[in-house]
Write a protein that binds this ligand. Structure first.
Ligand code: NI
Length: 163
């Protein structure tokens, strides 16, 4: 396992539509393991492959005290409800913004072993699912800001878990 370097905010890989994974071979399994290690190292709730410079449709999510979720080629199949929440991103350090997200989200995809999975999330999990899947389409949370006033610098060194 290895900790992967996070790409800078300006890296074009963060703005690309990531490619589907054709098969989960040894290299992909290694990438997934490295992404999990990297997410834990940087203290994130989720991490998408483009954030470590890999334009593939892979995301990992780990909420406090919950099992790790690995998503390969994920797709949102259902969303419901709306809520205003504050969000940050590991790829945009030092800022948080207020945006609108769904209350509940259902995602279909493959797990680390290529098995079909369906994840239903609400609250923080729904937020993380939407955030990470956005990354796979080259979308960042700042794209959802109603206006730039809704983006605020994080001035105090608070312990936040970014996604
Ligand atoms: Ni992010």
């Amino acid at each position: 396992m290895a900790i992967l370097p996070m790409v800078d905010y300006n890296n074009p890989v963060l703005r690309q539509k990531a490619k589907r994974v054709s098969s989960i071979d040894g290299a992909i399994a290694q990438l997934i393991d490295d992404m999990v290690e990297t997410m834990r190292e940087v203290g994130g709730v989720g991490l998408a492959a483009p954030q470590v410079g890999v334009p593939l449709r892979i995301a990992v999510i780990e909420l406090p005290d919950e099992e790790i979720i690995v998503l390969v080629n994920p797709k949102i199949v259902k969303r419901s409800g709306e809520r205003q929440i504050e969000e940050g991103c590991l790829s945009i350090p030092g800022y948080r913004g207020e945006i609108q997200r769904s209350e509940k989200v259902t995602v279909k995809g493959l797990d680390r072993f290529g098995r079909e999975i369906r994840i239903k999330g609400e609250g923080l999990l729904a937020q993380a699912l939407e955030h990470e899947l956005d990354h796979l389409d080259g979308t960042l949370y700042i794209d959802h800001l109603e206006s730039i006033d809704k983006l605020t610098p994080v001035t105090v060194d608070v312990e936040t878990r970014e996604i």
